[in-house]
Design a binder for this molecule. Structure first.
Ligand SMILES: [Zn+2]
Length: 291
């Protein structure tokens, strides 16, 4: 069976600094934990470019309401099916994707060629894409595509639109990669240097030290890599669907408004709210570092 894999998509270098500003204006929690780095490394003076690459791109605790347009006007059934899977994240998170024909924020195309493949820009970065260009590409997606690929691919790309980056590869998966081919692949598709590929892809993180929770090797946001760069020629396809950990994380980043009436501001409530936002900030910071 042929599996589609996601090609990470990053803004061109000249847009990174402005996009980082947008990200922290929309959501102050996106701000990279530079104070800690400065404390750890006296004399460390980050440049705006350094700051930009460690800034995360989440939309903010108020939730996500994005309009969606389809650039090549696919059949109605396909539009509805794509929207259904984009909105799968709404199960636990305050997230809504609604179709519009005027000025859509999320623009879905199905082009091939140089800009083809399966990808989405990350979170608030989509605001920096010129109006005539897609923010998400789903090359070849039709109603004939297997249902499982709607779950695995559309929900994964939507995760990027929500600001979720790729999870680091687990040790076992890194061992499957052909190092030289992997470096060449990311140089070609991302313009990354060898050092960047080694840090981002080839260096597994010890997840036990980073996450207090169970290992999430099945996350929908796992890296997906083509069979052309693995030693056994098989692609690394990542998680098959949004899993429990993904749903919990999405709920933490985009909490749903409480259904009950206004909550009285008792000291107990204040403390737990404070705790929750601290917890969110910590998790956001972790993901930012991982990028
Ligand atoms: Zn991806």
């Amino acid at each position: 069976m042929d599996y589609i894999t996601c090609t990470p998509k990053r803004l061109p270098a000249e847009k990174l600094v402005a996009a980082a500003k947008t990200a922290t204006t929309i959501n102050p929690l996106n701000h990279a934990p530079l104070e800690r780095l400065i404390r750890l490394m006296p004399g460390f003076a980050p440049t705006p470019e350094h700051i930009a690459v460690v800034t995360s791109k989440y939309w903010g605790l108020q939730g996500v309401k994005l309009t969606v347009g389809f650039m090549d006007n696919p059949e109605k059934a396909l539009k509805q099916r794509l929207l259904l899977h984009m909105n799968a994240w709404a199960k636990t998170a305050n997230v809504t994707f609604v179709e519009t024909s005027t000025d859509p924020q999320v623009r879905v195309a199905r082009t091939g060629g140089d800009n083809g493949g399966y990808w989405s820009y990350l979170g608030t970065d989509i605001l920096h894409i010129p109006k005539g260009q897609q923010t998400m590409n789903l090359e070849n997606f039709t109603m004939q595509m297997r249902e499982s690929e709607f779950h695995r691919v559309v929900r994964h790309e939507t995760g990027h639109t929500l600001g979720f980056p790729h999870e680091h590869l687990r040790k076992g998966l890194v061992a499957k990669l052909d190092v030289a081919k992997t470096i060449a692949y990311f140089e070609r598709t991302q313009g990354w240097s060898e050092a960047e590929v080694r840090a981002q892809v080839l260096k597994p993180i010890n997840e036990a030290t980073l996450r207090g929770t169970a290992d999430d090797a099945k996350s929908i946001m796992c890296y997906q890599l083509p069979g052309t760069i693995t030693l056994d020629g098989k692609p690394i396809i990542g998680g098959l669907d949004i899993d429990a950990t993904d749903y919990n994380f999405a709920a933490l980043i985009y909490p749903k408004p409480k259904m009950s009436g206004p909550t009285p501001k008792t000291p107990a409530n204040k403390t737990s709210a404070k705790k929750a936002s601290k917890k969110t900030a910590k998790k956001v910071a972790r993901r930012a570092i991982k990028r």
